[in-house]
Ligand binder design. Structure first.
Ligand code: IPM
Ligand code: MG
Length: 369
């Protein structure tokens, strides 16, 4: 039986509550002897700042480097609004992405039939939606230098962020997108702003070349990122895989998230390059929703995105893709039974707390097992 090291970083706000539900599944896998998951726990974000004065400690970074997969909850909250920029909660997440080399961020947006009415768009627009945003995660304007605010001495300041991409970064993210498209509906839409940005011109050129040389069976289209945002709310089912840079991916994935009815539903996977010897990729799995400090501790949080993120870990890091499929089926079954946390209850009162939703999914999952 394969053994895997998992690092749990619940973080802040609702992070610990939703992580607790994923942990029950992990415990079940261990108890059934399906896999051997060795669990470590650490702090990230505001909770790490409170404990160590940093958004993540060196020892927790070392644990992350040594793990097969990091499960991440959420970071941030008003409590830490005033902490120095370098140690703000988000810095912990950005450091994990950068130091682990997690350049490929997979953000599926799936609209479960039972939730089509929870979307702000018409049912026919979103029902059955299944798209995947592949976001470049370690480059672009998030990390480009210079990144400064300088005082111009005349009462003015100048803020600078730098959008920078090199060929290899675009090559490797486009390969991830094309490979995934081959397992889906064979279409990649590459979004950039080549009409305004040099990085967009390069992005377009490199994606076109990789496609022609390596993936002739996949359909490739190029779309300007602003048009992509518009098309996503007009007719999202035209897309299969969307590949895009770090900042556009941040924005487009929030748009895609709302098509599905609730941010509380969406998981994500962040993957590094395969290790030369073991073939394993460094990886981090996190719900797309944030720390939601307004509902933390109330039992209102929806654990589905966290549980589905663990499902993505089963599929992409832990060699248990069949179990990931069963977990997705369990989530769909629970939704079809009408079990709803507040975020997906629509006009009705919610009928499940965080733990009740987690328990319902675990029950359905056991039946499928
Ligand atoms: C996301 C978030 C992060 C980002 C924040 C928390 C730094 O919005 O994962 O989409 O901008 O990447
Ligand atoms: Mg975001």
């Amino acid at each position: 039986m394969a053994s895997y090291k998992l690092l749990l970083l619940p973080g802040d706000g609702i992070g610990p509550e939703v992580m607790a539900e994923a942990e029950k599944l992990i415990a079940w896998f261990n108890a059934q002897g399906i896999a051997r998951f060795e669990i470590e726990r650490g702090l990230v974000g505001g909770s790490a700042y409170d404990a160590h004065g940093k958004a993540i400690s060196e020892s927790d970074m070392a644990l992350a480097m040594a793990s097969d997969a990091v499960l991440f909850g959420a970071v941030g909250g008003p409590k830490w609004d005033k902490v120095p920029y370098e140690v703000r909660p988000e810095a912990g997440l950005l450091r994990l992405r950068k130091d682990l080399g997690l350049f490929a961020n997979l953000r599926p947006a799936i609209c479960y039939p039972a939730l089509a009415d929870a979307s702000s768009l018409k049912r026919e627009v979103v029902e059955g939606l299944d798209i995947l945003i592949v976001r470049e995660l370690t480059g672009g304007v998030y990390f480009g230098e210079p990144k400064t605010i300088t005082d111009l001495g005349n009462g003015q300041k100048r803020g600078i962020d730098t959008q920078v991409y090199e060929t290899y970064e675009i090559e490797r993210i486009s390969r991830v997108a094309f490979d995934l498209a081959l397992t889906r509906r064979n279409k990649v839409s590459s979004a950039e702003k080549r009409n305004v940005m040099k990085t967009g011109v390069l992005w377009n050129e490199v994606v076109t070349r990789i496609h022609a040389a390596e993936y002739p069976k996949v359909t490739l289209e190029h779309v300007l990122a602003d048009n992509c945002a518009m098309q996503l709310v007009r007719w999202p089912k035209q897309y299969d895989v969307i590949v895009t840079d770090n900042l556009f991916g941040d924005v487009l994935s929030d748009v895609a998230a709302m098509l599905t009815g609730s941010l509380g539903m969406l998981p994500s996977a962040s993957l590094g390059a395969p290790d030369a010897r073991s073939g394993r990729r460094k990886s981090l799995y996190e719900p797309v929703h944030g720390s939601a400090p307004d509902i933390a501790g109330t039992g209102a949080a929806n654990p589905i995105a966290m549980i589905a993120s663990f499902g993505m870990a089963l599929r992409y890091s832990l060699g248990l893709g069949d179990w990931a499929t069963k977990l997705d089926q369990a989530i769909a079954a629970v939704l079809a039974r009408g079990i709803r946390t507040r975020d997906i209850a629509g006009d009705q009162p919610p009928n499940a707390t965080t733990t009740q939703m987690g328990a319902a999914i675990l029950d359905e999952f056991k039946k499928l097992a």
